[in-house]
Design a protein around this ligand. Sequence first.
Ligand code: PLP
Length: 384
Amino acid sequence: VFNFCAGPSTLPLPVLKQARDEFFNYKGTGMSVMELSHRSKVFDEIIETAESNLRTLLSIPSNYRILFFQGGGMGQFAATYLNLQASKYAHEKRAKLGKELVCDYLVTGSWSEGAVKECKRLGGNANLVIDTKDSKYSHIPDKSTWKLSPPEETAYVYYCDNETIHGVEFDPDAVTSIVDPSVPIICDISSNILSRPIDISKFGVLVAGAQKNMGPAGATLVIVRDDLLERPQDVVPKAVSQLPTVFDYALFAKAKSLLNTPSTYTIYMCGLVYKWVIDQGGVEGMQRLREKRSGILYDVIDKYPDFYHGFVAKQNRSSMNPVFTLPNEELSAQFLKESQELGMVQMKGHRSLGGIRPSLYNALPVEAVEHLVKFMEEFYQKHK
Ligand code: PLP
């Protein structure tokens, strides 16, 4: 089947085959990777190779740590806020300002909305730079309307690069080009990581759940700049004492992600995917494919706009998670039923939005999208 699931999503076939071949007896150990101690030399090699391949793929500068957590992308809603609050950087800035710092959020869909809710839940002073909820998260407003807080008062600026549910994606430098360089930018790249080049040096923290473009569910990647790991020397601010150990970036950096038992098997699978991406021409190779896949699909949506209604503003449309509706829910159900019979599965839109969402992640063959658009043409002719 062709699997269009938004996550956990399809994995590259060669990766699954390699995992199958190594399943019972990993490199002559007589054990599955699942059975290896995370304190063993063999696992050390697995995680170190995964990290170094990812560093190569994303050109991650040497002053950034690569960490693997549990707790999912959602866990990072809290972890990003708490770690930044606990940093020496924020501590000194707070002291100078004489009051709490503002946390700036760009709210462009459910995932950034979730992050801001978590910040507020933990007592954070959140400012909404933009919030497009009233327009059903269908566009990213012009930069001239963004209400960024003054840099000297801002703890960080947070945004989600690709809103998986609403199908809205930022241009690569949209946020980094406007935020004052003294303010760390936190970016959720869960659903478009490794699909195009990204200038890591422009960010303070990047987070991504594994289960879309990297591997199975169970691990969350954090890429964090070294200086944000520093803590105040003289005092232990409340922010540090409130930070759970399992979310503490500084402790994880010191322990090289092995503070407690990590998701060993997921990390191993991510490592296989990183190697596969390198073999496909790296993120530049992935970018060419992503443009091809999304180009083919959006062409059909644009050809029959009254039938396949793509409600996201053209310039903000996601290449990973295109979303569209049909004239009514009965037709949507029929579309899903007929496409499933032809082997195209898990395309149902998110329960909060309805419609259709064929996710086009890295591992989805272009052939899958060719099948889909052929079906869409036929379905249109039948039901127009
Ligand atoms: N951020 C984005 C962009 C997501 O797509 C998701 C999940 O789909 C999350 C965060 C939450 O991730 P998790 O389900 O791993 O907590």
